[in-house]
Design a protein around this ligand. Structure first.
Ligand SMILES: [Zn+2]
Length: 186
């Protein structure tokens, strides 16, 4: 597979997530990944999207995909990877040798196995300290990187206290902070 993917953060923090890579890949159409529940919460957060009278004012055209396992987007297999986000279970995604796993506190052993052999991992890392009950800190994310050993990792989902240049200097060369506009070729 050879395609470029833009990596912003997920737009909402919930069971229901709009994932950035799909926003870019689809150009004109949002892909929304979802599981189990009906899209009630999503429809509440983004009610304007579903109010047809607003059409013509830049309303995204959304296609809800309910998945129970790997699914296809533009000919690419997307493999959902279950992760723990506080009390909620959410999903990261693996696409070939690329994986997008943000907004999580723990990656279960079975999911870690699904993330082996990556070239690029995008991983959530909130801050250096203190610990957070929903999100991994930078040291916790580095522990995950140590175990998975992807060729390159980009940390994302940081808060404002994480200074970019200084943090990158402290991180190993194969682990750097993501930034707006970063494009990764996989
Ligand atoms: Zn979160």
């Amino acid at each position: 597979m050879r395609s470029c993917i833009l990596i912003p953060m997920p737009i909402i923090c919930s069971d229901w997530m709009i994932y950035g890579p799909f926003l870019h890949a689809s150009k004109v159409r949002f892909r929304v990944t979802a599981v189990q529940k009906p899209p009630l919460e999503f429809a509440t957060f983004f009610d304007y999207v579903f109010q047809l009278q607003h059409l013509g004012y830049g309303i995204p055209q959304i296609q809800l995909i309910e998945f129970t396992g790997p699914f296809d987007v533009f000919g690419n297999e997307i493999v959902p990877v279950h992760v723990i986000h506080g009390k909620t279970e959410v999903f990261g995604f693996r696409i070939g040798k690329f994986a997008y796993v943000t907004d999580c506190k723990k990656i279960p052993v079975t999911s870690m196995a699904m993330l082996e052999g990556l070239e690029v991992l995008v991983l959530g890392a909130l801050r250096w300290e203190p610990e957070h009950w929903i999100h991994m800190t930078i040291p916790e994310s580095l522990d995950v990187v140590d175990e998975l050993r992807p060729k390159q990792t980009y940390l994302t989902h940081m808060m404002h206290t994480v200074e970019h240049t200084e943090t990158n200097r402290k991180l190993p060369q194969n682990v750097q902070l993501a930034y707006d506009g970063l494009v990764v070729e996989v």
